[in-house]
Design a protein around this ligand. Structure first.
Ligand code: CU
Length: 148
C-alpha cells in the first residue's frame, strides 16, 4: 500500500514536470533563453562596417541607477574611429517598451572612445542597447544584450 502511493506520487511529479517543460518549449514568441542571448561586450555592427565595444562605468549595473558607458568604435579594419555621430536607443524586447531615459553620447574622448551618459535600466530582465554609428564609411547599428 505504502509502496503503491509512493509510485503514484512519483508518477504525478514526473507528469507535472513534463507538462511544465512542454509549456516552456511550446510558448510562442517567448524571449530566447538567457543562455542563448549573446551578451558579449564587443560586437560587429549589423552591416559589418564597424566593431564596437562597451564598458559600463560602474562595477555592477543595478536596477534603477543612472550610469554611463564608454563606447569604443573601430572600423572593420581595426582602426579607432573618431568623429562619428552616435545615437542611442534601446528597450526591453519582451515588454515592447523603450528606455526609461534618453541616453546621449556627450563626449568624444579620442581613440575611438565615446562617453554615453544617462543610461538606466528600470526593470530586471532582457534589455537591448542599440547604438547608431554614422561616419564617412556609412551608417550602421550595433546592438548589445544585457540581462539584469
Ligand atoms: Cu520591461
Amino acid at each position: 500500500m505504502a509502496l503503491k502511493s509512493v509510485w503514484l506520487y512519483a508518477l504525478a511529479v514526473v507528469g507535472l514536470m513534463l507538462a511544465a517543460f512542454g509549456a516552456f518549449v511550446a510558448s510562442p514568441g517567448a524571449s530566447p533563453p538567457q543562455a542563448a542571448l549573446d551578451q558579449s561586450r564587443t560586437r560587429t555592427s549589423a552591416a559589418g562596417l564597424y566593431v564596437a565595444s562597451v564598458e559600463p562605468q560602474v562595477a555592477e549595473i543595478r536596477q534603477g541607477e543612472l550610469h554611463a558607458w564608454i563606447l569604443t568604435v573601430k572600423t572593420a579594419g581595426g582602426s579607432p574611429l573618431d568623429d562619428a555621430v552616435i545615437t542611442v536607443e534601446g528597450g526591453m524586447p519582451d515588454h515592447n517598451h523603450g528606455l526609461p531615459t534618453a541616453p546621449e553620447m556627450t563626449q568624444s574622448l579620442g581613440g575611438g572612445r565615446y562617453l554615453v551618459e544617462g543610461i538606466k535600466f528600470s526593470m530586471t530582465g532582457w534589455w537591448e542597447l542599440k547604438f547608431g554609428i554614422s561616419a564617412p564609411a556609412g551608417t550602421d547599428t550595433v546592438t548589445f544584450n544585457l540581462v539584469l
